[in-house]
Design a protein around this ligand. Structure first.
Ligand SMILES: Nc1ncnc2c1ncn2[C@@H]1O[C@H](COP(=O)(O)OP(=O)(O)O)[C@@H](O)[C@H]1O
Ligand SMILES: [Mg+2]
Length: 430
């Protein structure tokens, strides 16, 4: 009796499995209402890998498109959403094209809308007909002109979509246009993302359009990416940092997953208190840990009741959750990027403190080896941005990502010791 496993360790949580994040969803919904009322607001979600940025963006997309009502009530909005992500080779022209393609695709079936967009974005076809990369010297159009035309076309399209008689062309009147850009921290320097978006939103505003909203998501380094390209570009985005989920939210993730499983499978699965405690304890509220530990426990369980042993065997067994999480997120930083055992020793010492600041003196008191070896290890880890040094203070460090610290702690501890810690009620999340 193979059961469909509801946990989703390899993909963003589908909106039906999404749980928690009430504060952020509320803030995002407020911004939508503001934008609908002609006072547009932009936002950026920041947080480490696996914390749930893409999942929240997807959930929010459904809200913006009116597939989920605002605040769980009955009021729905109707935004046109274009979503895209950035990688290290993304260019300005590439970004502009994808926005146009996103719009074009929404109306692939509607003749009038399609031809409207085609005419409104005609400048792009002219640029592309020249077939010359914008970054080369003999470019047919200077970047400023291109950005101007992009802003103008986007403003026009948005104003038209939100016009009271938009229905005759687009089949509906929209509340605004929402552009979602995931993995924005990947933006190469040459894209100058901060300045690009700041100028875009200013130009769109000058063209009389006040219904465009831009949302970004990325690792915490996104702040620097934006700041480096334009110091005040940060100001146009409200930052919503994502942290680990609370114990209540973890429970909701588990409940939701089992509800989904029991809708899909004839054999009904439940979880007992020990299983729940183990999942909550091991994951420390990290969504990607919960999904993977949950997946492996569900797989390991044979009697339709997930208990503590299922969770532990699923987590620490061969090909278990710890290995999978390591492969997907952390092993590269623990083994491949650092070649020496001394580096790993430093990481283990630091991981015991999560991502809190810790002094070099403290590390040295636990480190077995020469001081020069320790110095080298710290420098190597700093250079690889695996650890950070505190601004303005010498010799104070912390791990860049708390999830990495959690994984190291679990990976390098004895299972029995973890169980003992858990049973002594040593919880790390509120
Ligand atoms: N709010 C949530 N509820 C349930 N699962 C979540 C939630 N947020 C994230 N997850 C799960 O955590 C993992 C990482 O999520 P993802 O959105 O891809 O993170 P990020 O984009 O920050 O790297 C996925 O397996 C996803 O299913
Ligand atoms: Mg993501």
């Amino acid at each position: 009796m193979a059961r469909i496993n509801p946990f989703a360790p390899n993909s963003p949580a589908p909106p039906g499995m999404f749980a928690g994040r009430l504060h952020q969803v509320d803030a995002l919904e407020q911004s939508l209402m503001q934008t609908r009322a002609g006072r547009p607001k932009n936002f950026m979600l920041t947080g480490e890998r696996g914390i749930g940025k893409t999942s929240l963006l997807q959930y929010f997309k459904w809200v913006a498109e009116g597939r989920i009502p605002i605040g769980g009530g009955t009021d729905k909005v109707n935004f046109l959403v274009v979503d895209l992500d950035i990688d290290s080779s993304t260019t300005d022209l590439g970004l502009i094209r994808r926005v146009e393609l996103g719009l074009q695709r929404k109306f692939s079936e509607a003749e009038r809308a399609r031809s409207y967009i085609k005419i409104c974005w005609e400048f792009l076809q002219r640029v592309e007909a020249c077939g010359v990369s914008l970054n080369s010297k003999d470019t047919p159009i200077d970047p400023e002109t291109l950005y101007d035309q992009f802003a103008y076309s986007l403003a026009n399209t948005t104003s038209r979509l939100t016009d009271p008689d938009a229905t005759s062309i687009f089949g509906a009147k929209y509340d605004g246009v929402l552009i979602l850009i995931d993995e924005a921290d990947n933006a190469p320097k040459s894209l100058r993302l901060g300045s690009f978006l700041k100028l875009l939103s200013e130009r769109v505003g000058r063209a009389g359009c006040d219904h465009l909203m831009i949302g970004l998501a990325g690792m915490t380094t996104l702040r620097e990416v934006l700041r480096d390209s334009h110091p005040s570009s940060l100001r146009i985005f409200d930052e919503l940092p994502l942290d680990a989920l609370s114990a209540d939210e973890v429970n909701r993730v588990i409940d939701r997953a089992l509800e989904v499983a029991n809708e899909q499978n004839d054999d009904k699965t439940s979880i007992d208190d020990g299983g729940r405690q183990a999942l909550t304890f091991l994951s420390e509220g990290y969504p990607h840990f919960i999904q993977q530990f949950g997946f492996s426990a569900f797989d390991t369980d044979k009697d339709l009741k997930i208990d503590r042993d299922d969770v532990f065997r699923g987590a620490f067994g061969a090909m278990g959750a710890m290995e999978k999480i390591g492969d997907r997120y952390y092993r590269d930083n623990f083994y491949n990027k650092i070649q020496k055992d001394s580096y790993r020793q430093v990481l283990r010492i630091m991981a015991a403190n999560g991502d809190l600041w810790i002094s070099k003196a403290h590390i040295r008191s636990k480190f077995r080896g020469k001081t020069t070896t320790l110095d080298n290890a710290i420098h190597a880890l700093l250079r690889r941005k695996i650890i950070l040094s505190k601004e303005g203070e010498r010799g104070i460090y912390r791990l860049q990502h708390r999830g990495f610290g959690l994984w190291i702690n679990l990976y390098t501890s004895d299972q029995q010791e973890i169980k003992t810690r858990m049973e002594s009620g040593e919880f790390n999340i509120p």
